[in-house]
Design a protein. Structure first.
Length: 226
């Protein structure tokens, strides 16, 4: 039996993103068809990062052919023991993956269950999340998967973005090590990792077909054979 789990946040109004929906054409207004218009930036909601997002000299998403990464075997890394504001270190990642030391996975999914513990619609979700430390970012880089996915804001300073006036003060070592140095694709703000119910799954991830993109909204599912 095959089970499908949607790992993608819904795209809906949210205080963090300032997205707005409008219906320029509506049946209720006598229009022959109904259409919805909305504003959407490439790094809102569940999305994928290409290196150029964080590196002026980095490549864009077009440099990653779909056939190389859109269907992968994924290891769900259980980090659900982490507390609010706790750093996820290289030592923690090594311990959490030691049962699969002899197997290399193209995707690592870092599972903290943040969205199960705290609603992603609250400021608390962002302001007191666990995060990956700099040495944890180096560990991920050196593991060298094709994709790392997170169900929490992976850099500590992400919590500061909504309040700071100078974005140049935001330091993101995980982006530096994983995305810029490792050229490893990142899928941010995933959800429902707790519903996978297995340490290993197949992951299917398809971004929008925008050209030369620094990032894109992406629909991600896990496939579990039972």
């Amino acid at each position: 039996m095959r089970r499908i789990i949607d790992l993608t946040l819904p795209i809906e109004e949210h205080w963090r993103y300032g997205i707005h929906f409008d219906k320029p054409k509506m049946h209720a207004k006598g229009d022959p068809w109904q259409c919805t218009a909305y504003n959407l930036e490439s790094h809102w909601f569940t999305h994928i990062d290409a290196p150029i997002h964080h590196d002026p000299n980095g490549v864009d998403l077009s440099a990653y052919p779909l056939q190389d990464w859109c269907i992968t075997n994924a290891l769900v890394v259980d980090l659900t023991f982490t507390k609010d504001d706790e750093g996820i270190t290289a030592e923690m990642l090594e311990e959490a993956t030691k049962a699969y030391k002899g197997t290399h996975f193209d995707t690592l999914l870092l599972r903290t269950d943040r969205g199960k513990k705290v609603s992603w619609k609250t400021t608390e979700f962002w302001d007191h999340s666990p995060y990956v430390t700099a040495d944890g970012g180096i560990w991920l880089r050196d593991y060298a998967p094709k994709i790392v996915g997170y169900d929490f804001p992976q850099d500590y300073d992400i919590r500061k973005i909504r309040t700071t006036k100078d974005l140049n003060t935001i330091h993101q070592p995980v982006h530096d090590h994983v995305l810029k140095e490792g050229r490893i694709l990142q899928i941010e703000y995933m959800t429902n990792l707790w519903e996978i119910g297995a340490p290993v799954c197949q992951m299917i991830a398809l971004p929008l077909n925008t050209q030369h993109a620094d990032g894109s909204q992406i629909r991600v599912i896990a496939v579990v054979e039972e």
